[in-house]
Write a protein that binds this ligand. Structure first.
Ligand SMILES: *Cc1c(COP(=O)(O)O)cnc(C)c1O
Length: 507
């Protein structure tokens, strides 16, 4: 037994997790003594008819038990602060704590979203500069920070494309071309905006099939939605040809820039000819995210779409900053969120970019690509198959376990679950749908070489287990508080609320 497996077995011996520790009569202080002074001293806070007649049913535990219970529960999760987290297409990188603490300064945190511009000059200056930095990074003409997620940024983008065609009386353009390597949100967005999705294939190298694109583009084309680098982890080499074909057909180009880390300071979507882009500030520019939020899906546009940008955006008159709204932008597609978007996430992105500076941005791209390519080389050397041969990866890459599946009947899901036993979050599984038995691996730029090596060592160990002790892999995880869950049931019937025993008995 080597060092890795013995530590895995040791971990299995840890205390079982008990969720129900309630005992009748045991309790923690839940009320402070009444105020002894002042005009309200001793007076009930609520009129009698609004007050409870009986105490609510609560778990009966001591304060210490409650603290331990929740602290332990919080430690059952994988997080970037505790584990390597190579979840492809999600950019689970380290988010510097300084971004968090500066964004939480009371001057930012306590600012009322309806405070007048005259009382918000500092905040508005930060947001203006953030717009400018994103404009420069993407090569676009204008930026709006209002969308609250990548998917909402996409919605804004396609809504602008539609508004542009309508304004020109070009009502018949209702088709959005989506390469099959696209993120699932792309076709969903197009459908949400009332467009017809025209899917086109990719060639065996992972690039857009140019002949299929030529055949699809025409007078009904509203635009194309492209993720570049694509979810196959490769940079679209025929991007200039794609741009020519779509623009020549009268369509516009949408860039899914959810994961910009591979291209920061290297290439700009605006220079590639794109008309609109959304960026996931929470992925690329440092906000801890997951489980659905929080996010910011800032959008950038070229000259043609500038009038349609969602409002409000921050403008500058001389030395003063102010919100530009429907009076300044009468053709805007309108508001996407209450107020000005997700202020906290935007603030973190601003601080992150100021901390890294221009040179830091370039280094982000270089390390994101270096780490992904290093791991791809190591894993292929260990005997895994890269889905797109040795084609250079961007910030992520795909391993396909098709061969191992055939040989050992071990699936990508089995390997993902076994990685948990080795103390690492699993990569993205079964996405993109094009590649059978795939793991989409995104190490991100913030990981040290030792951690990349640890992952590759674990993968190589798992490969050995497949041949020698296949049950170790097919029955994994062995050390987690729960084994394999019914993912669909867990998502649909999520049960997070403690119920008193009586209510549970009646279920
Ligand atoms: C994450 C992601 C999205 C969606 O972003 P959300 O903020 O989750 O809505 C869209 N496209 C790509 C390529 C992504 O990775």
């Amino acid at each position: 037994m080597n060092a890795t497996t013995s530590s895995v077995t040791r971990k299995a011996a840890r205390e079982p997790v008990i969720f129900e520790i309630s005992k009748p009569g045991r309790e923690a202080p839940t009320q402070f003594p009444p105020l002894a002074r002042g005009p309200d001293a001793g007076a009930p806070a609520l009129p009698a008819h609004l007050r409870r007649q009986a105490r609510p049913a609560m778990p009966s535990v001591s304060e210490l038990q409650a603290v331990r219970h929740f602290t332990r529960l919080s430690q059952l999760n994988f997080s970037i602060d505790t584990h390597f987290y190579p979840l492809g297409s999600c950019t689970m990188k380290y988010n510097p704590k300084a971004c968090n603490s500066l964004a939480m300064l009371p001057e930012f945190l306590n600012r009322h979203p309806l405070a007048p511009a005259s009382a918000s000059q500092g905040f508005l200056a930060c947001m203006f500069e953030l717009q400018e930095m994103l404009r420069e990074i993407t090569g676009m003409h204008g930026v709006s920070l209002t969308p609250m997620a990548g998917a909402q940024g996409e919605f804004a983008g396609v809504a602008m494309i539609r508004a542009y065609h309508r304004a020109r009386g070009d009502e018949g353009r209702n088709e959005i071309i989506v390469p099959e390597a696209a993120h699932g949100t792309n076709p969903a967005t197009a459908a949400m905006c009332g467009c017809v999705v025209r899917e086109i294939p990719c060639d065996s190298n992972g690039d857009v099939d140019i002949e299929a694109l030529r055949a699809a583009a025409g007078p009904k084309t509203a635009g194309i939605m492209l993720t570049n680098p694509s979810t196959l982890g490769v940079f679209e080499r025929k991007i200039v040809t794609v741009e020519k074909i779509v623009h020549a057909a009268g369509g516009l180009l949408y860039y899914d820039g959810a994961n910009l880390n591979a291209i920061l300071g290297k290439v700009r979507p605006g220079d590639m000819g794109f008309d609109v882009i959304h960026m996931n500030l929470h992925k690329t520019f440092s906000t801890p995210h997951g489980g659905g939020g929080p996010g910011s899906g800032a959008v950038g546009v070229g000259e043609r779409l500038l009038p349609y940008l969602p409002i409000p955006v921050v403008g500058r008159d001389g030395e003063r900053y102010r919100w530009l709204d429907e009076r300044d932008r009468p053709k805007s597609i309108g508001r996407l969120s209450a107020f000005m978007g997700n202020a906290g996430v935007n603030m973190r992105a601003y601080i992150y970019m100021r901390m890294l500076g221009r040179d830091g941005m370039v280094r982000v791209a270089e390390f994101a690509a270096l780490n992904a390519n290093y791991m791809m080389r190591r894993l292929t050397a260990e005997g895994f198959d890269a889905a797109y041969g040795m084609r250079r990866a961007s910030h992520e890459f795909i391993i396909t376990l098709k061969r191992q599946h055939r040989q050992y009947n071990i699936s990508a899901m089995d390997v993902a679950k076994r990685l948990l036993d080795y103390g690492m979050h699993a990569p993205t599984t079964y996405f993109p749908l094009l590649v059978p038995e795939c793991l989409l691996i995104e190490p991100t730029e913030t990981e040290a070489k030792e951690d990349l090596d640890r992952f590759c060592d674990a993968m190589s160990e798992i490969l050995r287990e497949m041949a020698e002790t296949p049950e170790m892999v097919s029955k994994a995880p062995h050390t987690m508080p729960v084994r394999r869950l019914d993912d669909v049931r867990a998502a649909k019937l999520l049960d997070l609320v403690w119920k008193p025993a009586a209510a549970r008995a009646g279920e």
